[in-house]
Design a protein. Structure first.
Length: 318
């Protein structure tokens, strides 16, 4: 059974900048119009992605936790007539508002076929997971398994695992679609910054956040498929960018003064690196971590990375 990976919070798209210099052969007016149009597209994409990411971050990890705890006592094969006891089933918040939120995001510009399809599939499969979860709560939390020797529990196991498997597939597809759309916009903006104002503070920040995104995605790969060398490389690259960011701030005090709470931003970045190293240690260990320990490692990294994103989004007044 595949392991669900929580969808990452994606950094708010780059703050605007007062670009003054035009590329060679292009007028300032033409350059300004092009930058304005690109900025509008960036803001529209951010507005579309935000609700999708919010919905997925509220539910993907919760579904993962519910599944992990259930399989912890029921096992991959599920309960049998000989099973002696069962644990209470965890609640899942009503996903209807989230599904409606996804619908509004899908309808919003820009229209992106793969992203919109993935968001629609996520809502549909989340509804199926919720329905199965409600039935399991009624059965297990009312101790009805004591009346039928797990007869319904055996049927429910098949329904639950089928719903979780489908949800895992679409959650992964949504993660990929969000990451692709967000990264494409980030890279385009990073290129514009380099061409117009150079590798100044916002460029340093943007490159660091792209490398942090790479790090988080590698570290949250299914553990069996996680490449230790790739994770180590991502950690090294992100740490180098963090050091360059710090050095740039020290050397350019005027620009540093425009970044709010830069020290907190750096602290969260270091916490993210630390959590990623813990996953790398677990991967290199002779004995793999238990499902619960792995879940804890992933949640720690996800929390640190999302705090890093929050601090990142505050740097320039967002």
């Amino acid at each position: 059974m595949r392991q669900l990976t929580p969808l990452l919070v994606v950094a708010a798209l780059f703050p605007g900048c007062n670009d003054k210099a035009a590329p060679s052969g292009q007028s300032v007016a033409a350059k300004g119009a092009a930058t304005s149009a690109a900025g509008d597209e960036t803001e529209a994409l951010a507005a579309k992605l935000g609700p999708i990411i919010d919905c997925a971050n509220r539910f993907t990890n919760r579904v993962l936790e519910i599944r992990s705890l259930y399989l912890g006592w029921a096992g991959d094969s599920g309960p049998t007539a000989e099973t002696k006891a069962a644990q209470q089933f965890m609640q899942l918040t009503d996903p209807a508002p989230c599904i409606a939120q996804l619908g509004r995001a899908i309808a919003a510009p820009p229209q992106l076929t793969s992203l919109d399809a993935a968001a629609k599939a996520y809502g549909d499969t989340l509804a199926a997971v919720s329905a199965a979860n409600k039935e399991a709560i009624d059965y297990y939390n009312q101790n009805r398994w004591k009346d039928d020797a797990f007869a319904k529990g055996i049927v429910l196991h098949a329904r639950l695992t089928t719903a979780w498997e489908a949800f895992g597939t679409v959650a992964s597809a949504l993660d990929d679609a969000v990451a692709e759309a967000n990264r494409r916009s980030h890279e385009a903006h990073l290129d514009r910054l380099e061409q117009t104002v150079g590798k100044k503070l916002e460029w340093q920040h943007g490159r660091l956040m792209l490398l942090a995104e790479d790090l988080a995605h590698v570290a949250l790969t299914e553990f069996d498929r996680l490449d230790a060398a790739a994770l180590e490389s991502a950690i090294t690259a992100c740490e180098a960018a963090m050091n360059e960011w710090t050095a740039y701030l020290d050397a350019h005090k005027d620009e540093a003064a425009t970044a709010r709470a830069a020290s907190s931003f750096e602290s969260e970045g270091k916490a993210t690196l630390k959590s990623a190293r813990e996953i790398l240690r677990a991967k290199k260990a002779a004995t793999p971590p238990s499902p619960q320990d792995l879940s804890d490692l992933h949640k720690e990294l996800l929390g640190d990375y999302n705090d890093f994103i929050d601090r990142s989004n505050m740097l320039f007044g967002r």
